[in-house]
Ligand binder design. Structure first.
Ligand code: APR
Ligand code: ZN
Length: 273
């Protein structure tokens, strides 16, 4: 692993526009379970996964019932969301924040809703699946900090009168357009992409590495499109190989814990600066 850590530090030092994509594996060392790892929430609780697939529809049909479930009156999310709001960043989050402070990492595009990248000091964070720290109106797009809105009356209402939901993007819910467009722009322009702690099986997020690899090619999720390969370095940092590894979308996988590998890359980087 050491050689790959050194190689990643060198690639990073030579990059012109580096970004990082992250998933739940970044936060397991902050005591937040991932979804599909051996102790993942979906791995261990298929019923919770099935409920998660119904959640957006529940909001659309019965926003009050959605809130009762989300606040844990009936579901498990009430405690889960409280738990992640209390969590603290780990060395992996701090390492990405340090790379940004060094002017080397330009942004983090995360699937995580826990807000830990910002808590660790990263400034430019695109929350692709939203976050538990805000509520959003799906009719006018307005977002409000969680503390701004009283939950005494359910569902909470936007200024436009529509019911508000958590800013979290549920399964089958469209990715907010502002975040999606910004993320695609970053993926297409980067010449180095770290992909940390994600199984890379959820779309459209998993399209972003393919956009980096084939900036103008058609996006065919899952297929290994033999198009032209842009001169981008795509580096995975993950406990296990993913479809990106198997399909050769990533150049190499540094297999292990993000909380150990990312700080090591930062340490080596100083040799190349
Ligand atoms: N270091 C590195 N990798 C890790 C670590 C760690 N400490 N802990 C777990 N992993 C790896 C797991 O092996 C797995 O490959 O991180 C990956 C986490 O994958 P998932 O659990 O599928 O999480 P993620 O990819 O973020 O899921 C995407 O699915 O349920 C939806 O909206 C949810 O945003 C989530 C999306
Ligand atoms: Zn509104």
């Amino acid at each position: 692993m050491e050689n790959l850590v050194k190689r990643a530090a060198k690639d990073l030092a030579e990059s012109k526009y580096a970004i990082a994509l992250t998933g739940a594996g970044m936060s397991t060392e902050s005591d937040i379970p991932d979804f599909r790892g051996p102790k993942g929430i979906w791995t261990t609780n298929k019923e919770a996964e099935a409920k998660a697939y119904q959640r957006y529809e529940l909001f659309l049909n019965n926003p009050r019932a959605y809130w009762e479930e989300m606040l844990g009156f009936q579901g498990t999310y009430g405690t889960f969301y409280e738990h992640i709001r209390q969590a603290e960043p780990n060395p992996g989050h701090y390492a990405l924040a340090e790379l940004e402070a060094l002017g080397i990492l330009n942004c983090v595009i995360t699937q995580n809703i826990d807000g830990l990248h910002k808590k660790a000091g990263s400034k430019r964070v695109l929350e692709y699946h939203g976050g538990v720290h805000a509520l959003r109106c799906i009719s006018c797009g307005l977002r409000f900090a969680r503390e701004e809105i009283s939950l005494d009356e359910l569902p909470p209402r936007c200024k436009c009168g529509a019911a508000l939901k958590y800013d979290v993007v549920h399964f089958k819910e469209p990715i907010p357009l502002d975040v999606m467009e910004e993320s695609e722009k970053e993926a297409s322009r980067c010449d180095l992409m770290f992909i940390c702690g994600t199984s890379a099986v959820v779309y459209p997020f998993a399209n972003l590495p393919r956009m980096a690899r084939f900036p103008s090619g058609r996006l065919i999720p899952g297929l290994d499109v033999m198009g032209h390969k842009a001169n981008v370095k795509i580096i995975e940092v993950n406990a296990d190989p993913t479809p990106l590894t198997h399909e050769g979308i990533s150049d190499y996988l540094i297999q292990g814990r993000t909380g150990e590998i990312l700080p090591r890359i930062c340490e080596f980087l100083h040799h190349f600066l």
